[in-house]
Design a binder for this molecule. Structure first.
Ligand SMILES: O=c1ccn([C@@H]2O[C@H](COP(=O)(O)OP(=O)(O)O[C@H]3O[C@H](CO)[C@@H](O)[C@H](O)[C@H]3O)[C@@H](O)[C@H]2O)c(=O)[nH]1
Ligand SMILES: O=C(O)[C@H](O)COP(=O)(O)O
Length: 279
């Protein structure tokens, strides 16, 4: 989608969706930083079955909060967050996900656009960024100005070194390249700004930790533009202990599944387009 300046797309505002599992110690700082971003007029936190006070802390910090009664994984949390956002937008009387016409911006809007101008663009934010989330603003202008359908944050070296050996990152990067011809610098980076249309192109999202690979592949396959943007973010890195390695094994599994499904679908599209369209 290209949106030259002055079109309705420019008038849309942005909603941040923050999936969280046990981020009670970090979520207040993250929400406060995101609420301060220009163009962001809603912040939805999805508590994905936390066992701590994430939901209460996020609510106190000013976010709309929705809770999963049990843990469903990051992709499901993002899906719930976007669905909840669209419900909030339809309550604003503006254009919801279905794209109906007209209506005023409700209490949650800033008047800068919001639902009245169309479904909000989305800013996906991890809950553990804390104050560094205030640097996420650079992801937004390329999408608002129609230069990108999805931007992806490129993080600097982290203050605390992680314990990864690059296996998951390589699997993800090579798989995306194989499927689309595009080389991702940080294929697992979850901080992204995208249009409502780009989100739809990648829905249903690839489950669990496959979500980033699925988003990138599906948005590119739909002929949309993906742009990487350096962004000064710091997050809690996974260590080299057993917990960190288990986490990487789960990431590897989910990324592999997302890629395998997309390879199968692509092959089917080439062989039997009619069948593939129904998948
Ligand atoms: O079941 C879960 C697990 C995590 N999260 C949240 O998802 C976000 C990312 O999780 P995190 O534990 O920080 O993952 P990392 O391995 O550190 O994250 C890297 O790799 C992930 C993909 O594997 C990306 O989603 C992240 O953006 C990227 O920073 C955080 O807000 C979590 O609270 C959930 O919502 N549900
Ligand atoms: O720590 C990381 O960077 C991620 O968990 C990915 O792990 P990897 O370094 O093994 O690809």
């Amino acid at each position: 989608m290209t949106a030259p300046s002055g079109t309705a797309a420019d008038a849309r505002s942005v909603a941040a969706i923050i999936p969280c599992k046990d981020e009670g110690e970090r979520i207040v700082a993250t929400v406060e930083a995101v609420l301060g971003l220009e163009h962001v007029d809603r912040v939805v936190v999805v508590d994905d079955g936390s066992t701590d006070d994430t939901a209460a802390a996020a609510h106190a910090a000013g976010a709309d909060v929705i809770v999963h009664a049990q843990n469903f994984g990051k992709a499901a949390a993002l899906t719930t967050g976007v669905r909840h956002l669209r419900e909030l937008e339809s309550g604003e009387g503006g254009v919801g996900a279905a794209g109906e016409a007209g209506g005023a911006v409700g209490a949650g809007g800033t008047g800068a656009g919001g639902a009245a101008a169309g479904p909000r663009h989305l800013l996906f934010v991890d809950g553990d960024l804390e104050g560094s989330a205030s640097n996420l603003g650079v992801l937004i202008p390329p999408v608002l100005e129609g230069r990108a359908d999805m931007t992806i944050a490129i993080l600097p070296p982290q203050r605390t070194p992680g314990g990864g050996r690059g296996f998951v990152v390589r699997l993800a990067r090579d798989g995306i390249e194989d499927l689309t011809g595009w080389t991702a610098t940080q294929p697992l980076s979850g901080m992204r700004c995208l249009t409502a249309e780009a989100f739809e192109a990648a829905s249903p999202l690839a489950p669990g930790w496959g979500v980033e690979v699925g988003l990138t592949t599906d948005v590119l396959a739909a002929g949309m533009r993906v742009v990487e943007v350096p962004c000064d973010l710091q997050h809690r890195v996974s260590g080299s202990d057993w917990r960190g390695q288990l986490h990487r094994a789960e990431q590897y599994r989910d990324v592999w599944r997302a890629l395998t499904w997309r390879r199968t679908r692509k092959a089917l599209t080439e062989l039997a387009p009619g069948v593939a369209r129904r998948l």
